[in-house]
Design a protein. Sequence first.
Length: 443
Amino acid sequence: MSSNKVQSIHDSIKSKIQKSEDIVLKELKTKEKNLDTFYFKTLTDETQLQNFLIKPFFEIITPDRFLSYLQSHPKIKPFESEQQTLDELIGGAVILFYMDTIFILDSRIDRNNSVLDTTVETTIQGPQSGFSESLGTNLGLIRHRYPEPSLQVDSTKIGSISRTQVMIVYDKNKVDPVVLDNVKKFLSSIDIEIFQSGEQLLDFTKKSRRTLYPTIMVTERPDRVAVNLTTGKVILLIAGSPFAVLMPTVMKDLMASMADIYQTYWIGKFLLTLRYIGLFTSTMLPAVYVALTSYNPEVFRVQLALSVAGSRHAVPYPSFIEVLLMLIMMELLMEASIRLPKAIGPTATTVGGLILGQAATDAGLVSNIMIIIVSLGAISNFVIPISIFSFAVRISKYLLLLLSIFYGLVGVIIGFFLLIAYMVSLDSFGKPFFTFIENKSTN
């Protein structure tokens, strides 16, 4: 490369980098040679810079020998294009201008490489370590748990501004080529400026962005990723995110917990059965209560019908308003428990729920049995192991509740089959969403 071209690139990159407190433009000189370096001190490991560049620069006297050193060093790569060089600089690399050549020293500092404990998908038994915010650390955790030479890792970037690195991890001997092709096409079609987490992909899984149930899943557990790699799934690791994305995702995946494989066979099946009971209860219970009390009280036995009627004798409005009032109160408590600081969140929401429930009952705004119904529905929703799916179930119950208001028990049954039909119509990168059949290697 000619001296004029190198100087032109030097000046162009210098002009594009705005003046900032953390930009370093350092010039190293000896009698025989000189070297210009550009880097951000907040992104670059200056210890590596000292060991790999500055010390050798002053120790190696001959310019040609130092040039050979730069060309042979494993952390130093040659110039390809001005834009690529600029991207590497912003990413934490050091740009080297030496004689008539340009090099890039990979000396990025990783500030997020500590392994975190699981906080979302907790289990009593089994591994407790989760992913960190470092891509290298996360990939190392996966390779540690899945030591197969067939594990393939591809890389891409998403975000026109953030240019976030995304690693596509899969077992090339087990992955479905059609699914892999669909995933890569999906990633290449994403048009977004800032991409920071796998949860953002939920908005792009359908062009309409109105899919109720998630067709991808995020997880913080390396052991879940390892298990799902054996089933041929594609895993996405996103730089700066302590979660991995699993594709494709079906109903079975959203109802499975890693606790299942760390228990005996029958205990695992019992826990899985409890989750499906919780799913059914959380979705159907409020709507069934409204339908039976307002339209079909004859379904109850006489003693139960009298008990329900007695508990509602002081309530001045129909049962559906009572249900909506309590459900909205419960939703507010759930959101408050998430937003409040961890030190006071559980206590504040628990005390608030008890006081509001007792006060509402004493004031005759809701019945005693309504408190039981809403509490049972909330507890049933908490049994669902994947949070994004439990949020979708929370919305589903309102659709059934709306039908029960107008059509009673018939509306609940019709709504239930409509939800099943809707789930049957969904697919996740070519795989049907409404899948319950368990493969031998899945959890």
